[in-house]
Design a binder for this molecule. Structure first.
Ligand SMILES: NC(=O)C1=CN([C@@H]2O[C@H](COP(=O)(O)OP(=O)(O)OC[C@H]3O[C@@H](n4cnc5c(N)ncnc54)[C@H](OP(=O)(O)O)[C@@H]3O)[C@@H](O)[C@H]2O)C=CC1
Ligand SMILES: O=C(O)[C@@H]1CCC=N1
Length: 274
């Protein structure tokens, strides 16, 4: 088995970390990455082999495109002659299978995946869509790869990946934003940085663990914290009055729209797309 990643940046590193922790051998993974320091780091951390983009691709069962959407077309067109019969997996936001297939010279076995960075600690969740020409074996290979990084949700409609991107792909950033904000709130209450961090992080970790283990939904768990006439009620009222809930929904909607826009802008045919 060999999986080759094209691009060794943030998301590829998270996936590779999860895969190696869950039993993939470093020798089964190859990374193509222009930055020599990133190549050396990936080799040191995970035992994977790595090469520069101008070197030949090793024969691979799957090639995972983990480059920025804006880099996709140029990189794909350069790699196309070396693909062989490797399954194509793309994690790029927005870029749709029809464009990927075109840029790769007519390849039709394509699986699009929207992972997230908790993959590094095997706590990710990936949305996945298999183009119609992909075989059961292709889906099984993608499943094996993705299961090592966390959960998988398969979608039948490629367009649903825009929504997955908005929720779980970008979602860790929203959560980190809330964590940063709670930590800043703790600092504003006079706690030192370390204490502020502990109070904020453990509150998140504990709330998530409770929600995952409880039969109650999040709204009920929230109500159980909120004593009538108490402190939480005052805080939740402030959040509601500032429309934080609708702002979160609007933010995710903006992310989904950007995912679709990336596909429309960058996936146009012929030379319009450059
Ligand atoms: N970060 C995330 O949380 C998530 C990202 N994604 C998707 O993953 C993809 C990568 O994102 P991310 O990891 O954050 O981005 P990064 O910029 O961290 O990684 C992309 C890497 O690809 C490298 N690269 C550029 N040209 C080539 C080439 N010709 N051959 C091989 N590698 C090349 C880049 O180098 P250089 O910087 O020098 O250009 C960079 O190191 C994107 O398409 C994104 O939409 C999907 C889900 C979540
Ligand atoms: O911000 C981005 O475009 C990528 C896709 C999802 C998370 N990061």
């Amino acid at each position: 088995m060999r999986i080759t990643f094209i691009g060794g940046g943030n998301m590829a590193t998270a996936m590779i970390g999860g895969m190696v922790a869950r039993g993939f051998a470093g020798s089964e993974i190859h990374v193509v990455e222009p930055d020599a320091a990133k190549r050396a780091q990936l080799h040191a951390d995970f035992g994977v082999s790595a090469s520069a983009p101008d070197e030949a691709l090793p024969p691979s069962n799957a090639v995972v495109f983990a480059i920025k959407p804006q880099q996709f077309r140029t990189v794909a067109e350069g790699i196309a002659p070396q693909l062989g019969d490797a399954l194509v997996v793309s994690i790029a936001a927005g870029i749709r299978c029809d464009a990927i297939g075109r840029w790769l010279g007519g390849t039709e076995r394509i699986i699009r995946v929207m992972p997230n960075t908790p993959a590094l600690v095997q706590a990710g969740i990936s949305g996945a869509y298999a183009a119609p020409a992909s075989s059961d074996a292709d889906r099984q290979l993608a499943t094996r790869l993705l299961e090592s990084t966390g959960e998988i949700v398969w979608v039948d409609d490629e367009g649903d990946l825009d929504g997955v991107t908005a929720i779980s792909g970008s979602g860790p950033a929203y959560v980190f934003y809330f964590m940063e904000s709670l930590q800043a709130a703790a600092r504003a209450q006079g706690f030192d940085t370390d204490t502020a961090r502990r109070l904020a992080y453990q509150t998140f970790a504990g709330a998530v663990k409770l929600a995952q283990q409880s039969d109650d939904d999040a709204a009920t768990l929230r109500q159980k914290v909120t004593s009538k006439g108490g402190t939480t009620e005052r805080a939740i009222n402030a959040l509601e009055n500032s429309q934080v809930r609708s702002t979160i929904i609007a933010a995710a909607s903006a992310a989904a729209a950007r995912s679709k826009e990336l596909g429309d802008e960058l996936g146009r045919d012929a030379d319009e797309g450059r």
